[in-house]
Design a protein around this ligand. Structure first.
Ligand SMILES: Nc1ccn([C@@H]2O[C@H](COP(=O)(O)OP(=O)(O)OP(=O)(O)O)[C@@H](O)[C@H]2O)c(=O)n1
Ligand SMILES: C[C@](O)(CO)[C@H](O)COP(=O)(O)O
Length: 398
């Protein structure tokens, strides 16, 4: 499917100070760029021809960038002449195209559902023109010099939208014939097909697919885009971690960076600090950075007997490098013994120092396992940790 976007008009009725309406920035993005966005993934830029006014090369480059793959061609004095120029360009340079969509740059709100409906109709009726239409919802009056001259029956009346779709060879031929007969009065391409006696089938249009014609249309479009803009939600992520180590012979345990005298020690490759291990995993989880085993494999001799503080500091560094600000850290220790409560403040101080955050953002809690299971039988100590991290939006890290 090829695409002709007509954008060579002057936008006289819009009367915008900023110049031709198709380059006017709507909520920060040029109207024509928004229109082209709507076809992304539906028609390739190489099969799209943008028809612009001979004075507007620089305006187009500013609106969509100079290095885009779209074909461009200069249009004519009427919409009809501009469409013809676009069709001739596509017919000459893209021989594989059988069908073409013709669309006004001034209609930026093209939905994927509308495109799919038009495409389905074109597939069902490949020799016909396909025209999206909407029933008229208001009474139609004929008005002359401010006075009503009559009411027009609206039965069977519809308004016509773009994109309209045609077999490329047929619509190009009809445009050539109309030009040869000096007919420049067709306001849409379906009208040319009708004039040539060729079939035009309708498909359901879309109320949102308005043509921005008057200044008020631009104000309403601005309001609509402002209303649609999703509020920037803070990117707060939570990670959890769990670890367990069994007891072996010894005289102290390391828990959350504090050495607590005990009748046994926790055995492991490093200092077996389950609290810091669980918290390291929780932090890494907030940026999808794997787990402690990925960064400090137990098979690597350099971590033998290592203080687990090093692991936590490295996890905090990884989080910060990914744009994270650590909001809080919470560790629950599950042990029958030793007693944790007398050491909780010292543990929170260690966490605050290692993570570089305030102590009130660090929490350590402890519970027994009510003498149930392996912890209850005094075979080891378990820890569960949670960390919350605020990440900067993409492109604003650092
Ligand atoms: N000589 C022309 C006239 C119109 N168009 C394009 O046809 C579409 C529909 O036309 P319209 O909304 O009437 O735009 P303008 O002609 O720019 O508006 P006006 O009539 O108010 O000047 C627009 O994308 C417009 O750029 C075109 O390519 N060449
Ligand atoms: C082609 C069109 O968008 C169909 O509704 C419309 O006719 C173009 O606008 P114009 O004001 O007639 O140029």
């Amino acid at each position: 499917m090829g695409l002709v976007i007509v954008a060579a008009g002057r936008g006289a009725r819009a009367g915008l100070d900023s110049g031709p309406k198709q380059y006017h920035r709507l909520a920060g993005r040029a109207l024509i760029a928004r229109t082209l966005d709507a076809f992304q993934g539906f028609v390739a830029p190489a099969e799209t021809c943008i028809v612009i006014h001979a004075d507007d090369d620089a305006l187009l480059a500013e609106a969509i960038g100079a290095d885009r793959a779209y074909r461009t061609v200069h249009g004519g004095a009427s919409r009809q002449a501009s469409v013809r120029a676009g069709l001739e360009a596509l017919a000459a340079t893209a021989p594989g195209i059988t069908h073409v969509m013709i669309h006004d740059a001034a209609r930026p709100f093209v939905s994927r559902a509308l495109l799919d409906g038009i495409h389905a109709a074109a597939t069902a009726h490949p020799q016909s023109g396909i025209l999206p239409v909407l029933p008229i919802a208001e009474t139609i009056k004929r008005v002359e010099n401010g006075a009503v001259g009559g009411t027009v029956p609206r039965d069977g009346l519809f308004t016509a939208q773009t994109p309209q779709t045609f077999p490329l060879a047929a619509i190009t031929d009809v445009h050539r014939r109309a030009a040869a007969e000096d007919r420049e009065d067709f306001t849409d391409d379906a009208a040319l097909f009708e004039w040539a006696g060729l079939p035009v089938m309708t498909t359901e249009g879309d109320k949102a697919n308005v043509k921005l014609t008057y200044a008020q249309d631009f104000h309403m479009a601005e309001q609509q885009l402002a209303g649609n803009a999703a509020p920037a939600l803070p990117d707060i992520r939570t990670g959890n971690g769990y670890d367990v180590h069994r007891f072996g012979p010894g005289d102290h345990v390391m828990l959350c960076g504090v050495a607590i005298p005990h009748t046994k020690t926790l055995s492991g490759h490093s200092d077996a600090d389950v609290g810091l291990h669980a918290l390291t995993d929780a932090l890494l989880a907030t940026c999808g950075a794997g787990d402690i085993g990925d960064h400090f494999p137990p098979s690597d001799p350099q971590w033998k007997g290592q203080a687990s503080a090093l692991f936590l500091k490295e996890a905090a560094r990884i989080v910060r490098e990914a744009g994270g600000t650590i909001l809080n850290a919470d560790v629950s220790l599950i042990a029958e013994a030793p007693k944790i409560a007398p050491h909780r403040l010292a543990m929170r101080e260690v966490l605050a120092r290692l993570l570089g955050i305030a102590i009130e953002r660090c929490s350590v809690k402890a519970t027994t396992n009510e003498q149930m299971g392996f912890v209850g039988r005094g075979e080891g100590i378990a820890a569960i940790a949670t960390a919350s991290v605020l990440y900067a939006p993409k492109g604003e890290t650092g």
